[in-house]
Design a protein around this ligand. Structure first.
Ligand code: GTP
Length: 417
């Protein structure tokens, strides 16, 4: 039956192809397209003033992307609230372009009352989601300009104690809105053991407060290099980082140029994983997990925000469907609903038409009956009149003149014609 055929599973055909079909070239196509289009990453840096945010960004991209704070906000004009500064940079490496946007948040934690210093940051994250949603929903859709923030690097003061109240409050409010990447700033100011202890305390503090930071996923369970790298990243979080002025380099005893910080007792090499976690952070951000950051932003964080926003706007929908529906499925669903609506309208119109025809038919039948009745009545009256006249004729014929007979003929003839 139809029911049986619907409930039976669709057979899956698995064949090992021995000849060349050509679709193995697909990854190359994707790669070529990605190289042509370039990549785009928007990273936000948050932390109290002087923790080395600008220095770290400049070290990450080996460029003076973030200018010294004074050139952006001279001391006299420093914002009284948290400001949002966007810095754009186009970076090219071996022919691959990266459109980088750094969102700096000067003023965070610098105020006398830091009670709601996270509000402007939360607002800019949500405003960007709103801008994306508006473009997604617009009738004439061009290429969507995506300003959503893919990563928020949160700088923790290297106190060696535990997280401060402001750190917990900030991360608690933002962990479901953005990929949080906590880093211990200026890690060169602590010893190796102090860093390890501090990391442990931070991790347990985060777990205690139910704060979910970005967890780098393993892409390929069979790729040992990917597994090892992802595990190393997971162990290193929160990354203990050290920033260095990209314009200053040191020469090592073997002649190699070093980016780092010089001390009387030696040089802290930011690119040496035994000195700090800077390299791991950089690999995760722009190498191994950039796509994972972008994907989680689009598929989890933005989608969660979007669902809430739609519900706020009163767009109710079945939750079980709503959580998993992709824009294409949603369009299909809208089309099916529209078609069902049209079919319903058509059926209603057909019904109205049928009722009208039936009514007309009834009216016609009624008038037919009436006409027939009138016809019978008239026929009876005529027959009666005919019989009377015939009676008269007979009487006249039995004793009257030819003139009367002739004129009677014409009267009868006129009646019958
Ligand atoms: P604002 O722009 O005021 O928000 O500060 P910021 O967080 O951007 O700090 P910035 O990068 O301007 O660095 C402040 C000072 O800290 C500078 O003198 C840097 O040289 C120094 N600094 C930056 N990174 C490090 C680091 O990893 N270790 C040490 N010891 N000092 C650092």
């Amino acid at each position: 039956t139809v029911q049986d055929s619907l409930s039976s599973p669709v057979p899956v055909v698995r064949k090992r192809i021995t000849g060349h079909v050509g679709f193995s070239n697909l990854p190359n196509q994707v790669r070529r397209k990605s190289i042509k289009d370039g990549f785009q990453l928007t990273a936000m840096v948050v932390g109290e003033s002087g923790l080395g945010k600008s220095t770290l960004i400049n070290t990450l991209f080996n460029l003076a992307i973030c200018p010294p704070r004074e050139s952006l906000h001279p001391a006299a004009e420093r914002p009284k609230t948290v400001a949002i500064d966007n810095i754009h940079a186009d970076i090219e490496e071996n022919g691959v372009r990266l459109r980088l946007t750094v969102v700096d948040t000067p003023g965070f934690g610098d105020l006398v009352n830091n009670g709601s210093c996270w509000d402007p940051i939360l607002k800019t994250i949500e405003d960007r989601y709103e801008a994306y949603l508006t473009q997604e929903n617009s009738v004439k859709r061009k290429k969507i300009i995506d300003t959503r923030i893919h990563a928020c690097i949160y700088f923790i003061q290297p106190s060696g104690h535990s997280l401060k109240q402001i750190d917990i409050e900030f991360m608690r409010r933002l962990h479901e809105k953005v990929n949080l990447i906590p880093v211990i700033a200026k890690a060169d100011t602590m010893t190796e053991d102090e860093v390890a202890d501090f990391k442990e305390r931070i991790v347990s503090d985060l777990a205690f407060h139910g704060i979910r930071i970005f967890q780098a996923p393993i892409y390929d369970e069979e790729d040992e290099e990917n597994i090892a790298e992802t595990e190393a990243i997971a162990r290193a979080i929160p990354f203990a980082v050290v920033g260095a002025d990209p314009t200053k380099t040191f020469r090592a005893s073997n002649g190699r140029l070093i980016r780092g910080r010089g001390y009387p007792w030696g040089i802290v090499d930011v690119d040496d994983p035994s000195h700090c976690d800077f390299i791991l952070l950089r690999r995760m951000l722009v190498h191994s997990h950039m796509e994972a950051l972008r994907e989680r932003t689009a598929d989890v964080l933005y989608e969660t925000w979007r669902t809430q926003r739609m519900l706020e706007l009163g767009v109710a929908q079945d939750h079980s469907v709503f959580d998993e529906v992709s824009p294409a499925d949603r369009l299909r669903e809208d089309r099916i609903m529209h078609e069902a609506k049209l079919a319903k309208m058509e059926a209603t119109m057909k019904e109205i038409f049928r009722e009208k025809v039936e009514l007309q038919e009834q009216k016609l039948k009624q008038s037919e009956v009436e006409l027939y009745a009138r016809h019978t009545e008239m026929k009876e009256a005529m027959t009666k009149q005919w019989n009377q006249l015939m009676e008269k004729k007979k009487q006249l014929e039995s004793g009257s003149s030819d003139v009367v007979s002739y004129s009677f003929y014409w009267v009868v003839h006129g009646l019958t014609v």
